[in-house]
Design a protein around this ligand. Structure first.
Ligand code: SAH
Ligand code: F3S
Length: 482
């Protein structure tokens, strides 16, 4: 593999890995969660062995793949719009191109995709990417192809991802696949299957390889990282059938974090997403022990009302969540905490919503992602509960919540004024060619004049100003972490 610098449509410089001699062109784009972006890197790697290099131009692509998201109805509508665009390109300028859909929508809609969208030639679910070479052979012979079989052991641990759209500094490393939690609103357990963990050795090898190639930060990915459990392979739910030896030598998430942090003590380690009922004190203590594990926990709660949490099948109460927050703050006083929230879940009353607001006041999250409830076909909530909160009520609650979060984000951000923070430089600031942009361990975007510093440097930055979500400052030197 050689590294070449390409220019995408926005003119941002991208480092793409291309295999010499590859003639076919793959256009691949991803929607939705970080796991999809990470999966697309696995797909690009599988296809690099089939003679494909990536392109940024739909017009000259032989194969167009879109990695799709089903989490909310709006996400699916976005994909449908993209398919219309592909249709137009195929009709007007690229009649030879083949189109495949990957990811959660592929898994959810299966053959319906081929029926509903004439443009689609190929449908591949999240556990079937290794079958792509066979499926493509079918497509080349003029037949539609589909594989949406979910697996009990596929983790793609043996595939070394091609880094797409990479800044060369930060990368995603997936550690678990699937989810066993069955939150009643969520389509993920249906589209990504049961939970399984990736072998620790292959995770460490990927991290070591990234470090050797100049990467400085990894984010360990999973729907529920704290539930990570390696006991020799297989589904998490089958752990009780493991042998005594397998049980005794099992690696949990806290062990894995320790292994990663020790293997590369200068590499920043992040992880996402944590589920309150699975985040243990061990994990928090491991974070506290290792300076290179970033002090940030993304800890979605969805609602602050015990009644709604129960209806959502979230496996904890408001009080347990608050106790967890207290523990995090006690063990890691400067830990950033972020949230995901859903407003307008079936039967949510004004009082339930106020419980969520008061929980937000209690935690004062650093940032968050807030959504109105979107009913997903096949979920327990869709089958058992009526989507009865009027759209305008959902919207009003969302606005109130977003405003409050902005206040809290501003409050947290301002606490950095006149302090010195460590920033890992990732790229040029979008707003100014004379400034770098990077993040603090707490995940706060920070911009400062470039001076003689370069991408990939850990820099100490004195914070002189801020907006609600961005720190502004001046570098005062390299940090000892370099
Ligand atoms: N554990 C996952 C969660 C994925 S979904 C992770 O790795 O992040 C991300 C967020 O989308 C959820 O936390 C939830 O807040 C929101 N979400 C999921 N299903 C939803 C639905 N049906 N309607 C609205 N928001 C939803
Ligand atoms: Fe979805 Fe709940 Fe899992 S939000 S991804 S079912 S933890």
């Amino acid at each position: 593999m050689e590294k070449i610098i390409d220019e995408n449509k926005q003119g941002e410089s991208l480092v793409l890995e291309q295999k010499q001699g590859n003639k076919r062109k793959l256009f691949i784009e991803s929607y939705g969660c970080a796991m999809n972006f990470s999966d697309s890197e696995i797909v690009a790697s599988i296809l690099a062995d089939q003679g494909f290099n990536t392109t940024q131009n739909l017009e000259d692509a032989d194969l167009v793949l879109v990695n799709t998201c089903s989490i909310r109805d709006k996400a699916e509508q976005t994909i449908r719009k993209r398919l219309e665009k592909y249709n137009a390109v195929k009709r007007d300028s690229n009649p030879k191109m083949k189109v495949g859909v990957l990811g959660c929508m592929a898994e959810r809609l299966k053959t319906k995709f081929l029926e509903e969208e004439k443009i689609v030639d190929l449908v591949v679910g999240p556990d079937a990417y290794k079958d792509l070479p066979n499926l493509l052979a079918e497509v080349e012979e003029g037949r539609d192809a589909i594989n949406v079989i979910l697996s009990k052991d596929e983790t793609y641990g043996d595939i070394s991802p091609v880094r797409l759209n990479s800044n060369g500094v930060t990368a995603f490393v997936s550690i678990t696949r699937g989810c066993d939690n069955m939150c009643t609103f969520c389509v993920v357990p249906f589209t990504r299957g049961r939970e399984r963990s990736r072998e620790p050795q292959s995770i460490l090898e990927e991290i070591n390889d990234l470090w050797n190639r100049g990467f400085k930060e990894v984010t360990l990915l999973g729907q529920n990282v704290d539930s990570y459990l390696w006991y020799g392979g297989g589904l998490k739910k089958d752990f009780d059938k493991a042998t005594d030896l397998q049980k005794a030598t099992a690696v949990n998430f806290s062990n894995l974090l320790e292994l990663c942090a020790t293997a590369q003590p200068k590499m920043r380690i992040r992880f996402s997403t944590s589920n309150p009922q699975d985040l243990t004190l061990d994990v928090i203590e491991t974070m506290a022990r290792h300076q290179n594990i970033c002090n940030h926990i993304h800890l979605p709660v969805q609602s602050g009302s015990n009644r709604i949490l129960k209806e959502m099948n979230r496996l904890h109460t408001r009080e347990e969540y608050m106790a967890l927050i207290d523990n995090i703050r006690r063990i890691i006083p400067n830990c950033a905490i972020s949230q995901d929230m859903i407003v307008g879940f079936p039967s949510e009353t004004e009082a339930d919503f106020q419980d969520t607001i008061s929980l937000m006041e209690y935690v004062k999250y650093d940032f968050g992602y807030m959504f109105t409830y979107s009913e997903r076909p096949g979920t327990l909530a869709e089958r058992k509960l009526e989507d009865d909160v009027p759209e305008e009520t959902k919207k009003r609650r969302l606005t109130e919540m977003v405003d409050l979060q902005q206040e809290h984000s501003g409050f947290r951000t301002r606490q950095n004024l006149n302090t010195i923070v460590e920033v890992l430089i990732e790229k040029e600031s979008k707003k100014s060619t004379t400034h770098w942009s990077g993040r603090t361990p707490q995940n706060l975007v920070t911009v400062f004049p470039k001076e003689h510093y370069k991408i990939g440097d850990f820099v100490k930055v004195k914070i002189t100003d801020c907006t609600s979500a961005t720190l502004i400052g001046e570098a005062i030197g390299l940090s000892e972490n370099n």
